[in-house]
Design a protein around this ligand. Structure first.
Ligand code: GDP
Length: 532
């Protein structure tokens, strides 16, 4: 095993920003890029965002996909580090997609709107992070507004998210009277001034958080902050790296992204606190990030970027080794070989980053279907990373073509969209009508829209009677495939095969599932399917 790659691994930070819509994720993303010096991209984040609040929000996203693929992964250099920032879809109906993105990061940055506190989408995403013990940094945004009391906010985050909050900065005042933040670690106050013109290193700093000039200058707001800090110091535990890395403690920062305030501290915290890429578990063994041989896993697929070509890009998180253009790679699932020469790399400031990638980096490999979600790539080793989940859908529709001559297009389109993870497609073992399964309603609309525009196939999407799905398996000690076949034969009217031919039972009510489990004790029912 090599340690030659260790310095490259150590300097990488790969993270996602998570938040409820409107908390300031886009703004903060843009400012992080600005502060790291990657200013040229800031505009594209904004351009994409400009369309997002339209009512036909996803259609606009579709139009903007050329931009969104570029800004869905951003790479920047800051201090000695290479930072990979992964965007997550804003809308909750695409939370499955978000979940998969979160499997590709080593840390998350949670943005909270200080006026609204912990909102539903944040709560949901946080559960995902907690389940994986992802370390989380917290940025409390919009302190230039009338917001909740900081102690109350801290309490709310602790209570709602079940993590201990460790404040690294503390606000002095808010809204019109927002004076800045006290930096509890550096023992200084950073004075707030509104506006977007300032960048790194131009803030006014007052040394000493107990400096008498602060009281003179900020009066009651400062006195209150000082009192609150005392309370917090007594009550909150001190920061411990192990607790943070285990997802049990979150360092908290206050700021105002739109005013470039507090952004630098977050960037520094990412470098100083967030972990570099760690080992990853595959079915066969544990893979170290600094092993010489390349391995990676596909966590996202985006198809038809260019409607004129049936292309698609697989987003691969490098798990180990070094990726170089034109190297020969093997897809573990199919045994197929791949030699990607044209690789989509994501924004970076320095030329040399474009031709190679290390653990933690994301590369985009254009392909025509060779790569699927959850696929593992290696230099030849048979290896399958685990942990890329598919959730049992909670909504179902049946789908037919308006024009029967287009049946072939429908199948082709749905296969692609299914492989991309945009929707789950089920083929009943008895019957011909395809079933679509989703976690959120919008997914159906996106699929109908894309079938029409990318596959010239107008689909009729109709209600289906199902509400519950479970993947079914049977372990060898219970009778294995033979018992599973017996189950399928006995329930053929409600068994379907998914995109990778995994048998799934579809039911109307949760009660039915319980009865079925009682009747078929040897069969296992799964709400989650991992990898292909
Ligand atoms: P996203 O939906 O989480 O990506 O949120 P955006 O970054 O688009 O921000 C939502 C709105 O909040 C926009 O109008 C921003 O200009 C505004 N905003 C972002 N940060 C701040 C801030 O620090 N203070 C104030 N007052 N507004 C902010």
């Amino acid at each position: 095993m090599s340690t030659d790659l260790a310095p490259q691994v150590r300097r990488r930070r790969t993270f996602a920003i998570i938040s409820h819509p409107d908390a300031g994720k886009t703004t903060l993303t843009e400012k992080l890029l600005l502060f790291s010096g990657a200013i040229q991209i800031a505009g594209s984040v904004k351009a994409r965002k400009a369309t997002r609040h339209a009512t036909s929000d996803w259609m606009e996203i579709e139009k903007q996909r050329g931009i969104s693929v570029a800004s869905s992964v951003m790479q920047m250099e800051y201090r000695d580090c290479v930072i990979n920032l992964l965007d997550t879809p804003g809308h909750q109906d695409f939370s499955e997609d978000t979940y998969r993105v979160l499997t590709a990061v080593d840390a998350a940055l949670m943005v909270i709107d200080a006026a609204n506190g912990v909102e539903p989408q944040t709560r949901r995403l946080l559960q995902v992070c907690r389940a994986r013990n992802t370390p989380i940094l917290t940025f409390v945004n919009k302190m230039d507004r009338e917001v909740k009391d900081p102690l109350a906010l801290m309490d709310e985050i602790e209570r709602e998210l079940g993590m201990t909050v460790v404040p690294f900065t503390w606000p002095v005042g808010m809204a019109k009277f927002f004076g800045g933040v006290l930096d509890l670690r550096k023992d200084q106050m950073r004075v707030f001034s509104p506006g977007e013109d300032r960048v790194a290193g131009t803030e006014e700093i007052v040394d000493g958080i107990h400096n008498p000039v602060l009281k003179e200058r900020f009066g009651a707001a400062y006195e209150q902050a000082e009192g609150e800090i005392e309370l917090v110091r007594d009550a909150a535990p001190s920061f411990e790296a192990a607790e943070f890395l285990g997802g049990r403690q979150t360092p908290m920062f206050f700021g105002s992204a739109v005013n470039n305030f507090g952004v630098q501290e977050v960037l520094d915290a990412l470098v100083d606190l967030a972990p570099p890429p760690a080992e990853r578990r595959a079915m066969q063994r544990v893979v170290q990030p600094d092993e010489t041989k390349f391995t990676g896993v596909v966590f996202k697929i985006q198809a038809n970027m260019d409607p004129a070509h049936r292309d698609r890009i697989a987003f691969v998180r490098v798990a180990s080794g070094k990726f170089t253009r034109g190297m020969r790679l093997k897809v573990a699932r199919s045994g197929k070989e791949l030699r990607p020469n044209t690789v989509v790399t994501f924004m970076s400031q320095r030329r040399e980053l474009l031709d190679e990638a290390f653990a933690g980096d994301i590369i985009g490999i254009p392909n025509h279907g060779v790569l699927q979600l959850g696929d593992t790539l290696s230099e030849g080793e048979s290896l399958q990373f685990t942990g890329l989940p598919f959730f049992a859908p909670e909504m179902f529709r049946s789908v037919e073509v308006a024009d029967p001559l287009k049946t072939k297009q429908l199948r082709a389109g749905l296969t692609q969209l299914g492989e991309e993870g945009a929707i789950q497609v089920f083929r009943p073992v008895a019957g011909t009508v395809l079933l679509l399964g989703a976690v959120g309603q919008l997914q159906f609309e996106v699929v109908a829209h894309r079938l029409e525009h990318e596959y010239s196939c107008k689909a009729r999407i109709m209600p289906a009677r199902y509400n519950v799905a479970r993947w079914v398996t049977c372990p060898p000690e219970n009778g294995g495939d033979k018992e599973l076949q017996r189950f399928i034969d006995g329930n053929s009217h409600r068994v379907a095969l998914d995109a990778v031919d995994a048998p799934t039972v579809l039911l109307e009510y949760a009660g039915e599932l319980r009865a079925m489990q009682d009747n078929w004790p040897k069969i296992q029912f799964h709400a989650l399917r991992e990898h292909a």
